[in-house]
Design a protein around this ligand. Structure first.
Ligand code: ARG
Length: 274
């Protein structure tokens, strides 16, 4: 047993002894057994839990790696760097996009890296990092409709599919007469487009590019949705300035080393490979 094991075992024994003065002796004795003490990892080896909605190539998506379903993407590479700088082990949790900020607020995850756009409401609810990457928005339609939906104006009254809780949902709400279908995964929106149930979707440019490359019959139109802040940030629990500072430090380092662009290129290639 290493030093930490011994120490935590000692603490548990002491706790057991103290509790032993009370009534439920048995329970506390089991808690102080060698096994429990051994699995009680020292605080320094804490896990860094990242929440993400892994439906978003090349940011975060599922891929078979060495026969194993793995969550990959450039957001994941950034998360690995943050964890390494903290000396912590990274755990990635795949969650519905619209649940991420609640999970953060309740402390079930430590950070959100999920192609998250900064908005005033989000800045109220959680801590947001510096912007680590920028991209534009795009409109995806069926090939035959490419010219029909070439401007934002032409989307008036159209059936539009968007991800629940995303800024694209807000963009679509601002389009006069548009009929919205909000779904929890981008892949579901793509299916709706293919089966004529929606006519258009708004998504981030890199995600749109990745889907139209892999899905037959879909294209990006010339329509350009406008957003106020076209960058991505990392979210931490409000008040967790320690983690936020480290996140910004790591982002600064990655930027100055040109790593983020490298990660984006590699993730885009991975998203296109079979
Ligand atoms: N950038 C958009 C937003 O913050 C969409 C992000 C969706 N992310 C995802 N991993 N599905 O609302």
């Amino acid at each position: 047993m290493n030093k930490w094991g011994k120490l935590s075992m000692g603490l548990l024994l002491a706790a057991g002894l103290l509790a032993g003065c009370g009534s439920n002796n048995d329970k506390n004795n089991t808690a102080a057994s060698g096994d429990a003490a051994a699995t009680n990892a020292p605080a320094a080896a804490k896990k860094l839990i990242m929440g993400t909605s892994a439906d978003f190539p090349p940011y975060e998506f599922h891929k078979m790696v060495d026969g194993q379903d793995t969550i990959v993407g450039f957001d994941i590479e950034i998360a690995k760097e943050i964890a390494a700088d903290l000396g912590q082990e990274l755990e990635v949790k795949d969650l519905p996009f619209d649940s991420l900020l609640n999970e953060l607020a309740s402390g079930r995850i430590d950070m959100v890296i999920s192609g998250l756009s900064p908005t005033p409401e989000r800045a109220e609810a959680v801590g947001l990092s510096d912007i680590y990457y920028k991209a534009e928005q795009a409109v995806v339609v069926r090939e035959a409709d490419k010219d029909k939906f070439a401007t934002m104006d032409s989307l008036k009254g159209a059936k539009i599919g968007i991800q629940t809780g995303s800024i694209q949902e807000d963009i679509a709400k601002g389009i006069e007469g548009a009929q919205l279908t909000s779904l929890s995964k981008i892949s579901e929106i793509v299916l709706q487009l293919q089966s004529n149930r929606v006519d258009a979707s708004i998504m981030e440019g890199p995600v749109a590019k990745s889907f139209v490359k892999n899905v037959k019959g879909l294209v990006i139109t010339d329509a350009k949705p406008e957003v106020e802040d076209d960058g991505y940030v990392i979210g931490v629990k409000k008040g967790n300035t320690e983690l936020l500072d480290q996140v910004n430090k790591t982002l600064g380092r990655l930027n100055s080393e040109g790593k983020i662009d490298e990660f984006v290129t590699a993730a885009s290639e991975l998203a296109e490979s079979k």
